[in-house]
Design a protein around this ligand. Structure first.
Ligand code: UD1
Ligand code: CA
Length: 453
């Protein structure tokens, strides 16, 4: 099967410099949703018709399995499909999708594909309460499709028809070339309508069949930011329902956003206003507090992620405690039972089994062993202004509060670092390290007082 995705339109009503099909739904361009669905149908040719912002679109969704056809001027949906013809295999049917209709399910498309087979012309239709603006499906007395008439060309009577053209069609390909070449643009919009091909098919003795989606939202398109926002909510509701179905506890299914994939084990609980981006995996018994953002994260079983924690490219073992207000950045790896508390940032660093950094610290480019206690206000000074260097802290080290570790530096097993120490040389196993400072006290000191005016 060939699949052609129409994506040349400009989307004036989006009021944006970005081509319409590149606007994001669940963190992914609209067109990428359509391409991903198309891929699940294993097409032999996958062609995207581009026009407005063609270069940007190519760059955003280009892939070895996607070919592009350029429609320089947008002369209508029939004209758009015509531009793709040279790239299609004439011996198999062609399915036409829209780049701005992102939520169509593969199962719905399969139903249309099966109904049409190799010889018939298939139209995905749906009956709606308010058909305004859509092409109407005109049937004869026997219920056979006669034609599709656009809103702007329809009579009063035709406008009362509730069954509309979703725009998604499947057609034999060999005959398509002559059908498209014969289209006229003597209609209200002066366009070459793909919808007129239905009549060509009927004239050629080709049977026209229809199929319907499971849900109306599968066929909704995006023409404005309002419609984009509506589809985003529909999509997020579907994702939340799937999570609930899988046994995840959502404190409020209306207040979770998944912009990517979220895999959950058993007995996972997610509090309100969490955002999941990229690929996130939560193992059994994970609890996510309110207002967390997790991107590309793997969270081990029994781990508790408390409120306002941000994770971006981090992994944790089992029974870790994170937050509130913790931040993991790419390369953060926390072993089982580690604790990373409020206002602690961990980047490209390993924290060993049971190690704790509970307050106000920066741990970057570090290898930290097991059972290490990192006191409040500890900073790994990993950057010398030009290069990054590593800090290595062996097992059972006690790092006193307000310590700076000037990398590259190594702290041996069991070392104790006194509070307020700057460590710029390696420290041997079991040592106590401190900077000599003096505390000066002066008796009877008088603070300045504010002058009265
Ligand atoms: C089209 C259908 C209408 C159907 C509706 C469903 C036609 C003539 N009409 O109308 O029956 O009910 O979709 O939403 O087909 N595009 C191009 N090049 C063009 C014109 C359009 O690539 O020259 C693309 C657009 O970017 C869009 C899609 O085709 O993705 C549909 O175009 P649009 O102008 O929105 O068609 P409608 O008038 O809504
Ligand atoms: Ca449209």
């Amino acid at each position: 099967m060939n699949i052609v995705i129409l994506a040349a339109g400009m989307g004036k009503r989006m009021r944006s410099a970005l081509p319409k099909v590149l606007h994001s739904l669940a963190g992914k361009p609209l067109l990428a949703h359509v391409i991903d669905t198309a891929r699940t149908l294993s097409p032999t040719r996958l062609v995207v018709v581009v026009g407005h912002g063609a270069d940007k679109v190519r760059e955003a969704v280009g892939a070895p399995d996607v070919q592009f056809a350029l429609q320089d001027r947008q002369l209508g949906t029939g004209h758009a499909v015509q531009q793709a013809l040279p790239l299609l295999d004439p011996s198999v049917p062609t399915l036409v999708l829209y780049g701005d209709v992102p939520l169509t399910r593969a199962s719905t498309l399969k139903r249309l594909i099966d109904a049409a087979g190799a010889e018939r012309y298939g139209v995905l239709t749906v009956s709606v309460n308010d058909p305004t603006g859509y092409g109407r499906i005109v049937r004869d007395a026997a219920g056979k499709v006669k034609k599709i008439v656009e809103q702007k060309d329809a009579s009063e009577e035709e406008r009362r028809i509730a069954e509309i053209n979703t725009g998604i069609v499947i057609t034999p390909t060999r005959t398509l070339e002559t059908w498209l070449a014969s289209l006229k643009n003597n209609n209200a919009q002066g366009e070459f309508y793909l919808t007129d091909v239905v009549e060509r098919a009927i004239d050629a003795g080709v049977e026209v069949v229809t199929a319907q989606p499971d849900a109306e939202w599968e066929t909704l398109g995006v023409n404005s930011k309002i419609q984009l926002a509506e589809l985003e909510r529909i999509h997020q509701r579907n994702v939340a329902n799937a999570l609930l179905d899988a046994g995840v506890t959502l404190m409020d299914p209306a207040r979770i956003d998944v912009r990517g994939t979220l895999e959950c084990g058993a007995d996972v609980t997610i509090d309100v206003n969490c955002v999941f981006e990229g690929r996130v995996t939560l193992a059994d018994n994970v609890t996510i507090g309110p207002n967390c953002v997790l991107r590309d994260a793997v969270i081990g079983a029994g781990t508790r992620v408390d409120a306002y924690t941000h994770i971006e490219g981090g992994t944790t073992g089992a029974n870790v405690v994170l937050g509130p207000y913790a931040r993991l950045r790419p390369g953060a790896k926390l072993a089982d039972e580690a604790h990373v508390g409020n206002f602690v940032e961990v980047k490209n660093a390993v924290l060993g089994h049971g190690s704790k950094a509970n307050h106000l610290s920066y741990i970057g480019d570090s290898d930290i062993g097991a059972r290490v206690n990192i006191g409040a206000g500890t900073i790994t000074c990993n950057y010398d202004g030009a290069n990054k260097h590593r800090t290595v802290i062996d097992d059972d080290v006690f790092v006193g509060s307000d310590t700076q570790l000037v990398a590259p530096v190594r702290v041996g097993r069991g070392v104790t670092i006194a509070a307020g120490t700057t460590v710029w040389k390696d420290v041997g196993e079991g040592e106590l390290v401190l900077n000599e400072k003096t505390q000066v006290s002066k008796a009877g000191y008088k603070r300045p007082v504010k002058k009265k005016s």
